[in-house]
Design a protein around this ligand. Sequence first.
Ligand code: SDX
Length: 397
Amino acid sequence: MTVACEYRPGLEGVPATQSSISFVDGTHGILEYRGIGIEELAKKSNFLETAYLLIWGELPTKDELYEFEHEIRYHRRLKYRIRDMMKCFPESGHPMDALQACAAALGLFYSRRALDDPAYIRAAVVRLLAKIPTMVAAFQLMRKGNDPIQPRDDLDYSANFLYMLTEREPDPLAAKIFDTGLILHAEHTINASTFSAMVTASTLTDPYAVIASAVGTLAGPLHGGASEEVILMLEEIGSVENVRPFVESALENRSKIMGFGHRVYKVKDPRAIILQQLAEQLFEKFGRDDYYDIAVELEKVVQEKLGHKGIYPNVDFYSGLVYRKLGIPSDLFTPVFAISRVAGWLAHWKEQLNENRIFRPTQIYTGFRGATYVPIEQRRSVGDKELLATLVGDLKP
Ligand code: SDX
């Protein structure tokens, strides 16, 4: 097989699909879902309406939205066997690992696979959107030694999640801001977890395996896991005075400053701008967060030092400050990201099925060719192996 184009580490700039779900202009800081600007959606929409838009391609009518919300409300509960399975999870386990296991476990309970049946697709979309928040909240209560509480049918999607998590009905402003946060995280073109979802989807496996694989990918600190790392970093910095020495030392050690930089954005992420505003709205009502001044100073110093490289706050930088004010523990920040991103993953799953071809890229082989199998008794020590490698070097392609 011939190589179609040059090798680009991380597939930078290589188109992996054609998609009509979202659009990013990283130079001008523009993000649109199905053509609608993120700022407008954040102001006017709610998460489930946005999820509908992403997955079905257009804004729902009043009746369509009512039906969708109603179906999701009805499917929020978990089967008791899933709850029993979760009881066996170690309390010290990371909630993203718990979520990945639970998402995969759904495939055991809903094992029929009918990818060409619209009713099956709809049921999978509804189940995943409905049950993932319940799983995240249940794990949080269980690891504290408590029974999970049942969803409340009289509460909307976001208010119900906060209720299941904290066992208290949330303040309406807090629930609204949380919901806006979900809108902002719902979709972002071919990021790592979405790509992972698409690769898994392209094998025509079931949607629960698709979402489990995406959850595993989102967890890493270079992707969705960064939101948790940001708070740990702000904690480590500890004061506004420490910001400059922290940045200087990070740059000297060539370590990454969490919540900054993006493959596509070379300006401040438009979602970070809105999340910062949401954090400020929360501070106005519920009091300022001690870490906020550190974060603002950090943004200033990083911009001064790395702005010329296009390194600015990304979506994960201010989200943690919003979630902290809502009483969400820092290791749940990424699961909360997943609750929202399920919408984007499902939209790409559906789009992938419409014109599927299995992902099977190529590679540039850099190993030996035609090497001999050496019986174990005749294998040499490490020093000898290096010598051997130089001797057989001419076997390399
Ligand atoms: C998300 O793709 C998406 O859309 C993802 C996302 C979504 O909605 O799905 O937006 C969500 O994952 C946000 C990103 C969260 N991750 C972090 O905050 C971790 C810290 N950031 C990085 O490690 C990094 O910026 C990435 C992973 C986000 C992007 O990696 P790239 O595109 O491979 O860039 P790179 O690591 O090759 O960096 C390019 C240059 C390097 O300098 P040079 O060697 O060229 O001199 O920029 C520097 C890097 O050292 N750099 C940073 C930096 N990020 C990049 N330097 C210090 N701190 C940073 N955070």
